[in-house]
Unconditional design. Structure first.
Length: 327
């Protein structure tokens, strides 16, 4: 319903739409409309309310594509990193909540833990700027939520299983095809912005990856057996992120915990977690109420892991590369 409200307000081009009218169009009560609008406002949408007139998106706030978070989509042929560019555009006052920066290729794409992210033409490399009304500590599981959103969206394009690997890798047919890099600017109790950087190997040949990564990574094209329309994939993923973001702001991590576990490639399995130079080995007992990984060590202790790279199964050997390389 949130998407329909946004689309309707966007379509009204800065004019007010009454709560009564929205309720009638959506077939719900005015209270339900009021609640959804309150959630959208909490999620950062600049909706204005007026008791007599109803709701509106102020003119100019969104002369945009409502499907994209009611945000603008800024496209560039090449940049070093869309995450860096998004930050620069934010600092210049050029983008705001819900805007997306997409590059056809990145020259210095950044992965988690300071790694390089290969970003040749044919993939989707984009960053979404968000301004949730949440405390900084509440945002941590959002990177796992992004992985869920991306995985669920990508499943519509490939016949093989799409899974997540904690904390936020997306595997297609057991190999990594997408990743999430979440960066945040915050004060003690207030988030200034979050940049969700998403990289998806869409129409890439395995040969474009450095040799040590080839056994670990894949692309949607390789798994689907055919090239896919980049724009359609982008729209699907942004639609999923939009829905998940709204739900996360309204209800937090709990509704996503089960979705993450259902998609998780290593739940209940013997895994290793690489944390820089050190390793932890044990059985994955799922993610907890904060999105941390619960690991039952061989000595029986249960530990809570907040950061690291998971390596599992036949990936145990090959995966050691993954702790030092990109992809
Ligand atoms: C990972 O290591 O799994 C995260 C990879 C994130 C890559 C994306 S591509 C778009 C955005 N810009 C960057 O420089 N990185 C992210």
């Amino acid at each position: 319903m949130r998407e329909r409200i946004l689309a309707r307000l966007h379509g009204a081009a800065g004019e007010y739409v009454s709560g009564e009218e929205l309720a009638a169009e959506l077939g719900v009560s005015r209270t339900a409309v009021w609640k959804r609008v309150a959630e959208l406002k909490a999620a950062g949408y600049p909706i204005e309310s007026c008791t007599r007139l109803g709701y509106r998106l102020p003119p100019g706030a969104n002369a945009l594509d409502a499907a994209l978070f009611a945000g603008r989509c800024i496209r560039v042929e090449e940049t070093d990193s869309t995450n860096r560019l998004a930050r620069e555009l934010w600092e210049a006052g050029a983008i705001g909540h819900g805007d997306v920066v997409v590059a056809a290729r990145q020259t210095r794409g950044r992965g988690r833990r300071g790694r390089r992210w290969e970003s040749p033409p044919g993939g989707l490399w984009f960053s979404l700027l968000l301004r949730p009304s949440l405390a900084p500590a509440q945002v941590a599981p959002f990177s796992l939520v992004c992985a869920v959103a991306v995985a669920e969206a990508l499943q519509r394009f490939v016949p093989v299983p799409v899974q997540v690997k904690w904390p936020n890798d997306v595997l297609v047919g057991g190999r990594k095809a997408a990743g999430v890099l979440l960066e945040m600017q915050a004060e003690f109790d207030r988030i200034e912005y979050v940049i969700a950087g998403i990289g998806i190997n869409v129409n890439l040949d395995r040969e474009v990856f450095p040799a040590p990564l080839r056994g670990l990574v894949t692309s949607l094209q390789a798994e689907a057996g055919t090239p896919l329309p980049l724009e359609t994939v982008l729209q699907e993923v942004l639609g999923g992120l939009q829905a998940c973001f709204g739900e996360f702001v309204a209800s937090g991590w709990p509704p996503f915990r089960r979705r993450f576990q259902r998609l998780c490639a290593h739940r209940g399995r013997l895994i290793r977690v690489c944390q820089g130079e050190s390793w932890l080995e044990g059985i994955d007992e799922g993610v907890d109420a904060d999105g941390c990984l619960r690991l039952r060590l061989v000595d029986g202790r249960l530990v809570r892991v907040a950061a690291g790279d998971v390596v599992f199964d036949s990936g145990l050997d090959a995966g050691e590369d993954e702790c030092t390389s990109s992809g």
